[in-house]
Design a protein around this ligand. Sequence first.
Ligand SMILES: [Zn+2]
Length: 406
Amino acid sequence: MELEEHYSQLLGITSPWEIYRVELKLEAQRVEIWIEYTDDEGRCPECGSACSKYDTRKERTWRHLDTMQFATYLHCEVPRVHCDKHGVKSLSVPWAGKNSRFTLLFEAFAIQVLKAARSVEEARKLLRLNWHQVDAIKARAVERGLARRQETNIDYLGIDEKQFRSGHDYVSNLYDLTGGRVLDVIEGRTENACKRLIEQALTPEQKRQVTAVALDMWQAYANAVSETLPQADIVHDRFHISQHLNDAVDSVRRAENKALGKLGDNRLKGSRYYWLTNEENLDKERAEQFAMLKKSDLKVARAWAIKEMFRDFWDYRYAGWAERHFGRWYAWAIRSRLEPIKKKARMIKSHLPNILTYFKHRISNAVAEGLNSKIQTIKANARGYRSFEGFRNSILFYCGGLDMAP
Ligand SMILES: [Zn+2]
């Protein structure tokens, strides 16, 4: 009985559960362990009251942590009890959660491996699990984590969109900017989707506590925030605004490069990177090349200078000063005769009140951008999520800051 005792201690199996057989299958590299329930009574899994044994179900199997390199499985014919209140119910087993095909220790270990591995594929191979099993473990972990989440005050939220699958499907993410975590994810980027996202992630009390929300200049989100969090300021995200100006510079460059090319002038060929990166990032040789370009009378040089001037906007201490700076900048941008720049300038101007709120709260989705690159890795890792649920579970698993241990 030595092996049985050894495994009883290892698994923490105590009376009335008893290990009665252990088989080492050397060929198959497996350890099989059989457990039985030795009492005539048991506790109802719903209410905990003592009930008499009714019958036993057919044998179930759970994967446990490997013993050395041997895959280890538990088997048990779990009895059912008859409760006066709840009818006939299977006993809960102490080594596994409800409906799980893995023991608690295995799930705890699998969660650690999934979090530490470079990719899901790597973790999956180490754990010798299939994709379906990995998804099920993640889904249960996230469910536990969400159920355990404490209702804390969240001052600053961020909302942004993320492409899901190839095509034109989007999801919306809700971030706790201070806590650096994803609160929840929802399908779509409409006003309604965003409202549901806020409603499902926050309690009424938490909603009242929100001070400000960082988001792109996307009307659907702004509407949803005004409606669900009327007291919160909207802060249009500075990185999205920079992105808009970069896009404008790039379309000026593309058009000009094409026009110059027709005249046999290739000065702008391969210059895209120069105009879009921060000048500080260029090495010496490139910096010299770029110095020539930006001093030229090219349209893209003018567009670039306008974009650069806008960067100073964020450095002001007070909204009033930033607003005056914006006035000067806008006057220049609108006289620039560069349509893409003028278009973005008008866009920024129409959102200015909710951009100047930056100087009160100084929040941006930069935290979210960090999480976003993590989400990007999740996407790349999981060879395309077929279901939104699987995608949401993975984001919350890796970025939700959840306590998921079984
Ligand atoms: Zn009961």
